[in-house]
Design a protein around this ligand. Structure first.
Ligand SMILES: C[S@@+](CC[C@H](N)C(=O)[O-])C[C@H]1O[C@@H](n2cnc3c(N)ncnc32)[C@H](O)[C@@H]1O
Length: 269
């Protein structure tokens, strides 16, 4: 930060300073003040870039699992480009979808009272692909049949943020298995996660759906654990309902956790 910048930081009250930085287009402050949409994607991306800075990475990947017609992926891509330009961390964006809508509902764990086979198909893969124009990569196919995330991410940086919007237990479990089984080189030591279907008026519980998938991953994997994000309330100065959808994957087997190059990350830009 320049001398004028640090003087301003000291003299201007914190709240006014944050607004000034946000007005000037600073991603970090805009996110904190809830000015970037969707808020969870902006926050997940920010946490990913902060983790990249902490662990000395200049390139990372982020992903949306469950793309449908690309509403979330378009917004993720635009936000990633803005954050990348400001932080200097290059961000590759991936979108995973079968393009066919939800697969067959297996049992109560897939919430048959909420979801049906074929819901939310990708209506026009070609035009979404053309529109994205290489800014995000679409990985088309049933997530349950992808063997490993390592090949998909091999030319990009480690994953720092994933948004899980697959609706049903069986698909969410497969996506989380991909993360839990990925090589350490494909993941940052902490990966911010957003789950779209963990709270609503419809009665989600940890006995079905995405919450059950999270619990099972934690039981099945010794060194990969998914826990709620314990920072999101503090960072935003209080609780918002969407904070309950933010989680973090911890890879306790990641060698970067044991390296000495970790840096402070109070400011990313
Ligand atoms: C609710 S939609 C995603 C909405 C999207 N995130 C948005 O912002 O508009 C859920 C998507 O998950 C996809 N999906 C569910 N299970 C899948 C699986 N096993 N493999 C691939 N795609 C799957 C469906 O094709 C569907 O497009």
């Amino acid at each position: 930060m320049s001398t004028a910048g640090s003087l301003a930081r000291k003299l201007i009250p914190t709240y006014a300073y944050a607004h000034l930085r946000a007005i000037r287009g600073d991603f970090q402050y805009q996110e904190r003040l809830g000015k970037l949409k969707p808020v969870w994607t902006a926050y997940g991306l920010l946490m990913a870039v902060r983790a990249a800075a902490k662990f000395g990475r200049k390139s990372i990947s982020v992903a949306e699992f469950g793309v449908a017609n690309g509403r979330g992926l378009r917004r993720m891509t635009t936000l990633a480009e803005k954050l990348s330009a400001q932080s200097g961390v290059s961000i590759s964006v991936f979108g995973f979808d079968s393009a066919e809508g939800l697969p067959a509902i297996a049992d109560y764990r897939d919430h048959p009272e909420l979801f049906s086979e074929g819901d939310y198909p990708m209506q026009d893969f070609e035009s979404l692909q053309t529109e994205l124009n290489g800014r995000a990569k679409l990985v088309i196919g049933d997530i349950r049949e992808i063997e490993s995330l390592d090949e998909v991410l091999s030319d990009s940086g480690p994953l720092g943020f994933a948004s899980i919007d697959l609706d049903i237990y069986s698909s969410a479990k497969s996506a989380l298995q991909l993360l839990a089984r990925a090589d350490v080189g494909s993941l940052l030591p902490t990966v911010s996660l957003h789950f779209d279907d963990v709270w609503s008026e419809w009665g989600y519980s940890k006995f079905a759906g995405e919450l059950l998938a999270i619990d099972e991953i934690n039981v099945e994997h010794e060194s990969r654990k998914i826990d709620s994000d314990r920072y999101v309330d503090y960072w935003h100065g209080g609780h918002e309902p969407w904070h309950a959808a933010m989680y973090m994957l911890h890879s306790f087997d990641h060698p970067d956790r044991f390296k000495a190059f970790r840096s402070g990350t109070r400011a990313i830009i």
